[in-house]
Design a protein around this ligand. Sequence first.
Ligand code: FES
Length: 163
Amino acid sequence: MSTSALTEIIERYRGKPGSLIPALQKAQAQMGYLSGETLEQISKGLGIPFSRVFGVATFYSQFYLSPRGKHTIKVCVGTACHVRGAGAALQALEEKLGVKAGNPTEDLSFQLETVACLGTCFLAPAIMIDKDYYGEQTPKTVGKILKKYIGGGADAGTPDPEE
Ligand code: FES
C-alpha cells in the first residue's frame, strides 16, 4: 500500500473510538493483507499499543497477515461433499495449482482453501470461487472452471451451467 493511502486511512480514524477494526479493514482492502509494517504504522498512527493491534488482527479470521491469491477458491470438504467426491476435486485443484489447501499460488493468482460447508449441500460436491458457486464438481470440471479465471477473462466470475 502506498504510504499516502495508509496515512489517509489513519487520519480518517485517528481519535475515533472503535476505529481499530475499520482501519484494519480499510488497510487490508487496499493491500490485500496486513503486513507487520502496516500494523506498526496503524499502531503508531492511532496511538494503540502494537500488542493490541496485532491481537485484533490475529483474532479475527477476516484479517490476513500474509499475501493471498487474487481469486479465492473454497472447496467444501463437509460430509455431503466428501461422500460425493470432494476429495478428488480438491486433489485435482491442488495438482493444477501446484499448492496445498490453505496457501496462495506462487503467482498469487489463486488462494486455495477448504471449508466445512458452503451451505449448498444440494450441489455437492461444491466449490466457490470468489462469489460464484459451482456444483457437482469432478477433477475434470474443476479444470475447466479454473481456465475461466486464468488470464483474468472478462466473464471469469460467471458460472457456466453447461459445465
Ligand atoms: S457439505 Fe458441502 S456444501 Fe454443505
